[in-house]
Design a protein around this ligand. Sequence first.
Ligand code: PLP
Length: 433
Amino acid sequence: MKYISTRDKNLKVSFEQAVKQGLAPMRGLFMPENYIKLPAEFWANLFDMSLPEIGYYVGKEYVGDEIPDEDFKKLCSEVLNFDIPLVRVKDKIYSLELFHGPTCAFKDVGARFMARCLGYFSQRKNEKTVILVATSGDTGSAVANGFLNVPGVDVIILYPSGKVSEIQEKQLTTNGGNITALEVNGVFDDCQALVKTAFANFDTKGKFKLTSANSINIARLIPQSFYYYYAVKQVKSYDSVICVPSGNFGNITGGILALKSGLPVKHFVAATNANDTVPQYLQSGVYTPKPSVQTISNAMDVGDPSNFERLDMIFSHSSKEFGATISSYSFSDEQTKKKMSVIYQEYGYMLDPHGAVGMLGIEKYLRDNTSDAPGIFLETAHPAKFLDVVKSAVNTEPILPEALKKCLDKPKTSIKMENDYKELEKILAERYL
Ligand SMILES: *Cc1c(COP(=O)(O)O)cnc(C)c1O
């Protein structure tokens, strides 16, 4: 498989190049040059396959012979060594629990896959790689955990000061080793802009490779398609509707890649919080990015979703085509909290604020379309990651998973900086030039 850019279709690079560069020239995003075609026996056996097997067969189509089959099989079994169960919440509504990984959020899947691919490629060439990653909360910790102690790779995380939960901050700032946390006086979009500016302007003088681990990296995106096949396997239906609580729209783009490969799903729903740029786009046909606003589902506080450009390319720059495959709705914090409370009281299921937006989305779609299709929403984080919000919504303390307990006891270490590219440049130059 070769990879093209959303901004230059004549550019074609290998998987390795796309992973290492992160961003294509002129801030383009890499995309597979065509949709994968899975062999008939894959579809015939889907209902019997394990998650690592699905990852191997699907991933192989994207990676080709750039990682030998045996190594790639091992890589997939390491990355996907936790389950992603589909749990019934109520009649015909299922939660795809993506939070059973080491940092308790779905981003573990993409970050671990990318870390191991990059580790494989740089190990062979003895290169130094610096990963720059902006996070609204969960990306940073998943990436840090995926790369912790990977030789030859340093990770620098930029996060918005005071805009992530206490547990998230601990997960970002207690790693040590090859992981550094920069606490930016700004919002997530500022962090993302700083990272993009560094990629466009920082001169590494050939001393190291600067790369990204945000959802814009193709090695984050590809594995985010694996669990959609696994969801269909578990629901055992060919006409389910899947709702993805969305921020940068990387997770749902993984789902659309799966759909385009022939995955039998009837429709997708992208549920957002008050950051309603995409729902507005589907209504008006005009894409108008906005500054992000802060909500209780903070990992989705994105006003200019970076993967919109990929979806726009997939849907031939047509809002009609986009809307025929994906419906999109925005929900308020009030609605989200109420949903968390009602679902806990009536069904005993504890939602996190992101999954709750997903649940609102799937229920609205099925109701508005009087559909009795099985509805799946992606539960993207463990509720314990958002203690305060969850406690106030459901009046009960979520049980902390072991992985989260550990980092709470460690002291926070971060470098504070203003929202100023010059400061970032200085930090990079002092360390690596
Ligand atoms: C990142 C994140 C999202 C949003 O995913 P995108 O790929 O950015 O759309 C949703 N929920 C949680 C918990 C997240 O960490």
